[in-house]
Ligand binder design. Structure first.
Ligand code: AMP
Length: 172
């Protein structure tokens, strides 16, 4: 895990002053560490009979697609607005300034399909909460969520209600 951590670059004041951006591209470029990262993401869900992995655009696609393969599950992209052709199901959510939206195809999940959500970073938790609301709107049965990095000081976990597990590989 320490090697994975060493391959995540902290970039101060990007994309805005005061934000420490966690750049995962050096990790992706290292074949062994990327593979170990996907193995570690999969580990808590072995035996959970996950049928669909929902990855959040865009870095959640990278980890989510690899994890779906590992868990023998399908992959569903949760997309930013206006990327998918209609009909779509959408959830709006609050950003620090303004709103954003996640969308999926209206038939992206089968009723009761056992679903895992994946993203790279949990920060304030707004994106993950919206992804969860979208999975529920689509009729999926949420098994849990995984992120590579949890920025604990931002308390995003507090917005993840109930007993459904939220797993993080690394915490800062
Ligand atoms: P939030 O909704 O605040 O939890 O933000 C999570 C989303 O924003 C994830 O999709 C991340 O990719 C991205 N994000 C937020 N903060 C950072 C950060 N410090 N470094 C990299 N990505 C971030």
């Amino acid at each position: 895990m320490r090697q994975i951590q060493a391959l995540i670059r902290a970039v101060p004041d990007f994309p805005q002053p005061g934000i420490v951006f966690r750049d995962i591209t050096p990790l992706l470029a290292d074949a062994g560490s990327f593979a170990r990262c996907v193995d570690a993401l999969a580990e808590p869900w072995q035996g959970s009979e996950v049928q669909a992995v929902c990855g959040i655009e865009s870095r959640g696609f990278i980890f989510g697609a690899a994890l779906a393969q590992k868990l023998h599950a399908g992959f569903v992209p949760l997309r930013k607005p206006d990327k998918l052709p209609p009909p779509v199901v959408a959830v709006d959510y609050q950003l620090e300034y303004g709103v954003d939206r996640l969308e999926a195809r209206n038939d992206a999940l089968r009723p009761g399909e056992r679903t895992l959500i994946v993203d790279d970073v949990l920060a304030t938790g707004g994106t993950m909460a919206a992804a969860r609301a979208l999975v529920e709107k689509l009729g999926g049965a949420l098994v849990g969520a995984s992120v590579v990095i949890e920025l604990a000081a931002l308390q995003g976990r507090a917005r993840w209600q109930g007993d459904t597990p939220l797993e993080a590989l690394l915490r800062y």
